[in-house]
Design a protein around this ligand. Structure first.
Ligand SMILES: Nc1ncnc2c1ncn2[C@@H]1O[C@H](COP(=O)(O)OP(=O)(O)OP(=O)(O)O)[C@@H](O)[C@H]1O
Ligand SMILES: [Mg+2]
Length: 370
């Protein structure tokens, strides 16, 4: 092959490579990882010796490389740069075939400049995608906030409307019960009506707390005594299910300004979730402790844990993985509403098949009221 043929062939390969890359970059579904992966698959094709060529792209901790990249003997590289900041590298190298000393293998000027072009284009594309991703994330957050506000308003309305008629159902059912002139079947049915109404009333109460329709009563409270009280009531019930509850209470825990009923509700909701997550028994640890200017209430279980996907949704109102009729999906929304109104934070850690840990952090000094 004469030299102009050779040059032409190399040029065609180069153009093919750039063309494939631009196609990859604009296929809308491609995320950053796919683009990087496809780029390292395409790059070797544009080299003089495609069969010996390997490529790699590293961005921060994230490394992508073709299968035999670790066997390359010679390589060239180009920096990925955005706004003057170097954030990664593109590398292409050659493996030397067995029995050859590889002396004949040298990089062409064209290969070097192609690599630079690829690095530059890739930087632009990655920059564009990361801006788009940030935008999308923001959009989702915004939607979430809007939905919360909407659901909050809606539930407040529904709860309010239902509360009254429900009160009457319950009241009249109890009147009938008092009159005492029912046969056995009828009293059984009546009990069911009363039970269902009480259950509904609980849901309405949750809705009202969630949408902050319940007035708060802030007093000085000692979280330790709340834990003691609640556990006193529920401990025995769970022992039979193979669940042990351990307390680790900081004896020097300072009091905080909080709504006692709401704090109890937080604890009950967290413990109920943990119990549900341990159908075969396990251990729940309730901890209180002080860290600097905040105190923490921690409920840890050895239950099913959650996938990251589920974990990302648990605070959404009405999100539940329980079968219909067993959960409203409001438990954690209520917890979040209460913790927010106390200017606190919730941290969640969870590992599938190992368990979950919910930490409620409450500031010792309540900031100024919103
Ligand atoms: N300790 C936990 N372990 C595993 N999964 C949990 C835990 N706590 C919450 N979850 C998950 O979060 C979901 C939402 O919890 P949330 O308390 O808001 O509603 P729920 O428990 O499903 O219903 P409700 O509280 O009204 O009975 C649960 O359905 C469950 O999938
Ligand atoms: Mg729950």
């Amino acid at each position: 092959m004469n030299s102009s043929d050779f040059k032409l062939r190399e040029r065609v390969k180069e153009l093919n490579c750039l063309y494939s890359l631009s196609k990859v970059a604009f296929e809308s579904k491609n995320n950053i990882d796919t683009i990087i992966q496809k780029t390292i698959e395409i790059l070797p094709e544009a080299m003089q010796y495609p069969k010996l060529a390997e490529a790699s792209i590293s961005i921060g901790q994230n490394d992508h490389a073709t299968a035999r990249f670790n066997r390359i003997k010679r390589m060239i590289e180009a920096e990925l740069v955005i706004d003057g900041r170097k954030y990664g590298k593109v590398k292409v190298g050659y493996r030397i075939p067995a029995g050859s000393d590889g002396k004949k293998i040298a990089f062409l000027q064209e290969e070097r400049s192609l690599l630079k072009t690829v690095a530059r284009e890739l930087s632009l594309v990655l920059n564009r995608i990361s801006i788009e991703e940030d935008k999308a994330k923001l959009q989702i957050q915004l939607q979430h906030v809007e939905r919360l506000a909407f659901v909050g308003e809606l539930s407040a309305g529904i709860a309010h409307e239902l509360n009254e008629p429900l009160g009457r159902v319950l009241g009249f059912a109890q009147l009938i019960k008092k009159a005492g002139s029912l046969n056995e079947q009828q009293s059984e049915d009546l009990e069911r009506i009363i039970k269902a109404s009480l259950y509904s009333r609980e849901i309405i109460k949750k809705l009202m707390i969630f949408s902050r329709q319940m007035p708060q009563q802030i007093t000085k409270v000692n979280l330790n005594s709340i834990v003691e009280n609640i556990l006193y009531f529920i401990d025995v019930r769970f022992q039979s299910r193979g669940i042990t509850i351990t307390k680790q209470l900081d004896p020097a825990l300072p009091e905080i300004h909080a709504d006692e009923v709401q704090m109890s509700q937080v604890l009950v909701n967290l413990i109920t979730n943990s119990v549900y997550a341990m159908p075969k028994g396990g251990e729940i640890t309730v901890t209180t402790r002080r860290r600097d200017s905040a105190i923490s209430l921690i409920v840890k279980d050895t239950g099913t844990g959650m996938t990251p996907e589920i974990k990302s949704k648990i605070f959404e109102p009405f999100f539940t993985t329980k079968p219909v009729g067993q959960g409203t999906g409001l438990g954690l929304s209520v917890v979040q509403g209460i913790v927010d109104s106390h200017k606190g934070k919730i941290l969640v850690n969870s590992t599938i098949n190992q368990g979950s840990k919910f930490e409620i952090q409450l500031p010792l000094k309540q900031g100024r009221k919103k």
